[in-house]
Design a protein around this ligand. Sequence first.
Ligand code: MG
Length: 232
Amino acid sequence: MSPPDLSHISTWVFDLDNTLYPSDVEVMSQVDRKMTDFVARELNLPHEEARKVQKDYWRDYGTTLNGLMANGQVRSGRDFLDFVHDIDHSVITPDPQLAAHIRALPGRRYVYTNGSMKHAENICHHLGLTDCFDDMFDVEASGFQPKPQRSGFDLFASRFDVKAPESAFFEDSIRNLKTAHELGWTTILVRARPGPRDEESAGPEDHPEHVHYAVDCLKTFLSTAKTRDKAA
Ligand SMILES: [Mg+2]
């Protein structure tokens, strides 16, 4: 099989969670539990009911936070984000290989996350990726219009002057890649490893039509991809 041709790409956009680290690293499972705790506390609900509200909001509003905000059930988005991202980061280990691959990509490189800036900084710090990106864009920067909302993508694109035909987006979420595809970006789905996974992440067999490349390992993909300087 010929290597993926990304020689037209000069803007590299990465989702954070379950994309820059493998899905079996216990980060989102911790965040997920903290979200249930938050909903239970704020809405004064038993754990089981809080969990249902959390998941219903995720499905209906894009994120649990957006559901809480739309229903006037949270004082500020930041309260929620600070609470749910207060997790044990020792489960994340540095990934110097990934850092080298990302640094070698020609052009501009960004993180685009539905989490908070503090969360993105913590994760990147523990992965050893802090100096790999030109900038990061969090859910506050998107005006709490999380992926997959088109309006958030538009804000991201205008903030960094992103031109669709030159942009590649790496994500573990199929629905987030759909918007990127509609915008004309090159889409790369980073699939979860076999086993239990975040409900948003794609599984080992998934390769929907709006995804240009579906990969099981981000590092392998980046090491084999033909990029602008490698193509010369
Ligand atoms: Mg993700």
